[in-house]
Design a protein. Structure first.
Length: 277
């Protein structure tokens, strides 16, 4: 049996810009499909990129110079031609954040579909990023001076500023224009963290703490510098009375945390474990 570090540990060692989002998400998915041959799924990712490239050859170059032009083409190929759309009927189903099942069903969550769009765009040499929009991930595509926003969950449709504002107000109930944090590009590693967080939160909501613990463990292997992953892993280890493992997780968190207040919380938690309080 292949170990967790052997399967996804390489992601944690890569520089962020060297992470290939869709194939990395596929590697994470493989942990839930022991013995599954990944080659047909890697071929499917290649076919998505080939279809985008073929469509580009049929366009005038100036049509693809803007973010809107690039986003429109991705929507036509990935959303319309290939049929990848958001799963509205069973939105919270775990399979919607499982890349193998997303490729099987051509249905997914905003984060899993965004990964497909971003990866395909980057293979064309286009600038594309998953955005830190709350609850409903969007994608920025196009030149830095004039990017467009697209919504992979809704077939890759363009998102206008007023639509973004409405989305953020729906999520937070707060007025005003979006802050930079809401529309900030996410690193590749943090995009994968968000994919795992979607799965972990759904596992806990379903009462499956063992599954959630396994997902947070994957997070710490794939993103060892993400301190919140260590904290959540320690929390669930304590639920299962794995005190030594929880202590080790908090120690690992201490190694990567520089925030003074967070470090104080970690030391307090470690002290409680030592005294048994």
């Amino acid at each position: 049996m292949t170990s967790l570090p052997e399967t996804i540990g390489y992601i944690g060692l890569l520089d962020d810009e060297d992470i290939e989002l869709d194939s990395a998400a596929l590697a994470l998915s493989s942990l839930d499909h022991e013995g599954q041959d990944l080659e047909p799924y890697l071929e499917q990712l290649r076919q998505i990129s080939a279809a985008v490239e073929a469509a580009c050859k049929q366009r005038v170059a100036t049509d693809l110079a803007s973010g809107e032009g690039q986003g429109t083409l991705l929507a036509e190929v990935i959303g319309e031609q290939l049929g990848f759309v958001g799963d509205r009927d069973s939105y919270d189903a775990p399979i919607n954040a499982d890349m193998i099942r997303v490729l099987d069903r051509r249905r997914g969550l905003p984060v899993s579909l965004s990964i497909l769009y971003v990866a395909a765009a980057r293979r064309m040499g286009w600038r594309a990023d998953a955005l830190n929009t709350p609850s409903h991930m969007l994608v920025s595509i196009g030149p830095q001076e004039a990017p467009a926003l697209i919504d992979p969950f809704n077939g890759g449709r363009l998102v206008r500023p007023e639509q973004l504002l409405a989305l953020l107000e729906q999520v937070s109930g707060a007025g005003g224009w979006p802050s930079e944090t809401h529309v900030a590009p996410m690193s590749n590693r943090m995009t994968l963290v968000r994919l795992l967080l979607n799965q972990a939160s759904r596992a806990e909501q379903a009462g499956d703490a063992l599954r959630a613990r396994a997902l947070y463990e994957r997070m710490t292997v794939m993103a060892p510098d993400h301190d919140a992953g260590w904290w959540e892993l320690a929390r669930l280890q304590l639920v299962h009375r794995e005190v030594d493992k929880a202590r080790a997780s908090l120690g690992a968190m201490l190694e990567v945390t520089r925030d003074i207040e967070r470090r104080a919380h970690i030391h307090a938690a470690l002290a409680r474990l030592t005294t048994g309080d």
